[in-house]
Write a protein of this length. Structure first.
Lengths: 508, 348
């Protein structure tokens, strides 16, 4: 990392109808440094980066790249000036090969008829992957690559564009723990090539691991920038939320009843789940950990009736549940908040109110007609109590930040007064403040006697929130730990089905 | 878990909350006459309504024959049949589906009603025959799409052919007539100043609009169209909603056919040919998106009216009848383009 400043953004302001997304924000990036940009949802991180990448037009301010003032009219403009961006959802054509994706839109072609020079593309892609020190077959179709490999393909694309600045939006949120390390190795390599990396992330552990410098935004304004070595995690968090968030420990007043609120018995789903058995006590929070593909989501979906089971029974407070479809589950009082809120949870073209009342609409129905007044009252109540930031009930959920979208989704299920709440990665892609709020919510719900099953890929979170943790591996329950005895190592060992020295594995 | 209990949590972390409560309720439900008008016409329909009014104003200046009671009622009587079909089509398109069979259902139902009439069956029974058959074809569409899992385009393309084929088989190509005089009242009679077909259309539009915009079932249609996966995961019975939409389209096509044959005083095997496209055009011009999850019945009515007025305009202005298709095509493209433009602005 050199001290040469390669990028300078000054006085950047941007507003959208109804909201000032950025106000007078400044940012400086040095050559070859990893610069993390952190902040709560709605702080303006994505907006700032999209302006830099040419996807949005700034209202005010200047951008100076390599000593020259620039004004991008389009993403292509920015790309040609040396700015590359990797979005959270990736911009890859999944049916094309990695090498085709790297050269997409600028395939070298031979003069007379424009035939694509396939061999040249392949050769250059091989060189790029070697430069990054990774073992990826450039001819493999992107949809068959792992998430981490897909990300590296995007990095290779940026490298081939001779980018001087690479923007990465939440690069680790979709990655399992073991692949994050591989990604960071690649990032360190391109650092050596002199590329500056701007890294938006909610994961402070990752930020402290890889970033040289951290900038904190809050409510569209610049709060602080400092070297990673000069700051502590707590300081960053307090900058992000503007107040001190102590690690509120609710462990002491956790009361778990004797009554079994959810019992899963011999649950099987052909080739996916094998002999799952567990009991959830009233007021208990059960975390489910495991690697990607271990079957956690599949387990929740099976209990909820979203997928059919081959055999097994589900009991709610001792009553056997005949669940043929999701409607039955909702009637019984089981709620499921899916993993992918955009694809499986939200009605993006509809309003916040309509999204919030989707599962409980019959509560506000009289003679078949919807009582909108009642709907609005219920919506207001949840908006207030869960601190959902809305301009109005009629605002489209599409325009809400990720954290607020997730809150609307959870509120949807709370409005059904469930007995059991199945949460699938509820804090994915959500900032510290909203995340803490959701954790608090989970504790509050459990204290009311709702059984909570909570799937998460983040071990610290699972350990913090759960009373008991089930670890899954390849469709089986590979381990069970109480809050007192659990450690990250034990979870990882069970999840990867390895033996830790003198530690027997439970379950199976 | 009541909201009060969740509120307790708020104190611990002192997050600023925006109290939208009553302000929002007030905003969403403004009172008085203006409130009713505002609610009836969301911004989307206001645009197309403005265009309709503008064209009417232009026409009343351009030719003295437009703004006569006789002409207006004729125009309304003409587009009323398509409007009735368009109501059903609206439901289908809001679920992100499509129904290509409505035109054939019109022919099928209409010819069956006609056959019942000429065979001496009573009028109410004959009408019931037509409507029930139309509903059954709609039900078949729903079954093929939900249980057999065919794509709506394919399923309704199939029933379109089957229904048309059955009509030809039954009628052998000959028109069916005459009908008892009392039956012709439906197509030719008046209630006050309004032709009966227009009255039927208005009743259907009002009921259809209320169902879609105010009832639970109507809301479910929007959910299913917006994101069927999320709808299912919210506990909604997606299959039933889809079957309802297609059955409604069938039912309304059957109803429209009764009005049609009464107006024409005969039933022919080529009735309704191409009307599925007219119905789709009315729905799309009215602001309903083909990708589902949004739209309204009122919009489809305005769309049907717009097409009817334009056709009338071309006739009154002496334009060659072949140009009708060209003009309607241009209107469809413009309507969708304007809507797409407006959508882009709304989101960013």
């Amino acid at each position: 990392m050199s001290s040469e400043i390669i990028l300078e953004m000054q006085g950047i302001s941007k507003s959208f109808p109804g909201v000032q997304a950025l106000a007078d924000v400044a940012l400086q990036a040095h050559k070859g440094e990893v610069h993390a940009i952190v902040g709560e949802n709605g702080a303006g991180k994505s907006t700032l980066m999209k302006i830099l990448a040419g996807a949005y037009k700034k209202d005010e301010g200047t951008i100076i790249l390599n000593g020259e003032a620039v004004d991008f009219r389009s993403p292509l403009d920015a790309q040609n000036s040396g700015i590359a961006i990797i979005y959270q959802e990736f911009n890859l054509a999944s049916h094309l090969s990695a090498e085709a994706n790297i050269y997409i839109g600028r395939e070298p072609s031979s003069k007379p008829f424009g035939f694509i020079k396939q061999r040249e593309i392949h050769k250059k892609s091989v060189e790029l992957f070697e430069q990054l020190n990774v073992n990826i077959d450039p001819k493999k179709e992107v949809r068959y690559l792992s998430v981490c490999q897909q990300q590296i393909t995007e990095i290779a694309k940026a490298l081939s564009l001779n980018s001087s600045v690479l923007i990465m939006d939440e690069p680790t949120s979709a990655l399992p723990e073991n692949e994050v390390k591989d990604l960071f190795d690649v990032i360190r390599r391109i650092k050596e090539e002199g590329v500056s990396i701007l890294f938006i992330s909610h994961n402070l552990e990752d930020v402290f691991e890889i970033a040289d410098r951290i900038t904190v935004l809050r409510d569209g304004k610049h709060v602080a920038t400092d070297l990673t070595s000069n700051v502590s995690r707590d300081k960053i968090v307090s900058w992000m939320v503007g107040r001190d968030i102590g690690d509120v420990n609710h462990r002491s007043d956790r009361v778990i009843g004797d009554e079994v609120v959810l019992k899963v018995e011999n649950l099987n789903r052909k080739d996916v789940l094998f002999d799952i058995n567990f009991e959830l006590y009233k007021g208990e929070i059960m975390g489910i950990a495991g690697l990607l593909g271990a079957g956690r989501t599949e387990l929740l979906r099976c209990i909820f009736g979203a997928d059919p089971k081959t055999s097994g029974e589900v009991y709610l407070s001792g009553e056997r549940c005949l669940i043929k479809n999701t409607t039955d589950s909702v009637d019984y009082g089981i709620a499921y908040v899916p993993e992918d809120r955009k694809q499986e949870g939200l009605f993006l073209g509809l309003t916040s109110r309509e999204n919030l009342t989707a599962a409980s609409l019959k509560e506000y129905t009289r003679y078949g007609f919807v009582d909108k007044k009642q709907e609005n009252i219920v919506t207001s109540d949840y908006v207030d109590s869960m601190a959902i930031k809305l301009a109005s009930h009629e605002q489209f959920v599409l325009n809400l930040s990720g954290g607020n979208q997730q809150k609307v989704l959870i509120a949807r299920w709370l409005a059904t007064n469930p007995k059991v709440l199945l949460l699938d990665d509820p804090t994915r892609g959500i900032d510290i403040g909203a995340r803490a709020a959701i954790h608090e919510l989970i504790f509050a719900l459990a204290n009311q006697g709702i059984g909570v099953v909570f799937v998460s890929s983040e071990l610290p979170e699972v350990i913090k929130v759960s009373d008991r943790i089930l670890v899954m591996a390849r469709g089986l329950i590979a381990g069970e730990f109480s809050h007192e005895e659990v450690t990250q190592e034990k979870i990882m060992a069970a999840a990867t089905e390895t033996m830790l020295c003198d530690m027997p594995l439970d379950g199976d | 878990m009541t909201p009060e209990e969740v509120k307790e949590v708020k104190e611990d972390i002192q997050i600023q909350s925006s109290t939208t409560g009553e302000a929002a309720a007030a905003e969403a439900n403004p009172g008085g006459v203006w409130g009713i008008i505002k609610r009836l016409f969301s911004f989307r329909e206001a645009g197309i309504l403005f265009v309709l009014i503008a064209i009417c104003v232009f026409l009343s200046i351009a030719t003295p024959n437009f703004l006569t009671e006789k002409n207006i009622m004729n125009v309304a009587r003409q587009f009323s049949v398509i409007a009735i079909i368009a109501v059903g089509m609206t439901y289908v398109i809001v679920t992100a589906g499509i129904d290509l069979s409505v035109g054939s259902i019109v022919a099928f139902s209409g010819c069956m009603t006609a056959m019942a009439l000429v065979n001496g069956w009573s009028i109410p029974v004959s009408i019931a025959v037509g409507i029930v058959l139309g509903t059954l074809v709609g039900l078949l569409n729903g079954f093929l799409i939900v249980k057999v899992n065919l794509a709506p385009f394919i399923a309704t393309l199939g029933t379109m052919g089957i229904a048309r084929g059955l009509v030809l088989a039954f009628t052998k190509g000959y028109p069916i007539q005459p009908f008892p005089e009392e039956f012709e009242v439906i197509g030719r009679g008046f209630i006050g100043p309004l032709p009966i077909p227009v009255v039927i259309m208005l009743v259907i539009v009002i009921c259809g609009h209320l169902l879609l915009s105010r009832t639970t079932l109507g809301r479910y249609i929007y959910y299913v169209g917006s994101n069927p996966t999320a709808a299912r995961l919210s506990g909604l019975k997606v299959g039933r909603v889809l079957v309802f939409a297609y059955t409604a389209a069938g039912f309304l096509s059957g109803l429209a056919s009764v009005v049609l044959i009464s107006r024409l005083t005969s039933a022919q095997s080529n009735m309704g040919q191409g009307w599925e496209l007219d119905a789709i055009a009315a729905v799309v011009i009215g602001g309903t998106s083909l990708s589902g999850g949004e739209g309204s019945v009122i919009g489809s009515l305005i769309g049907a009216a717009l097409m009817g007025v334009i056709r009338n305009a071309l006739i009154l202005l002496g334009v060659n009848v072949y140009w009708q298709s060209v003009v309607i095509g241009v209107v469809i493209v413009l309507a969708v383009a304007i809507d797409a433009f407006r959508q882009k602005r709304r989101v960013v």
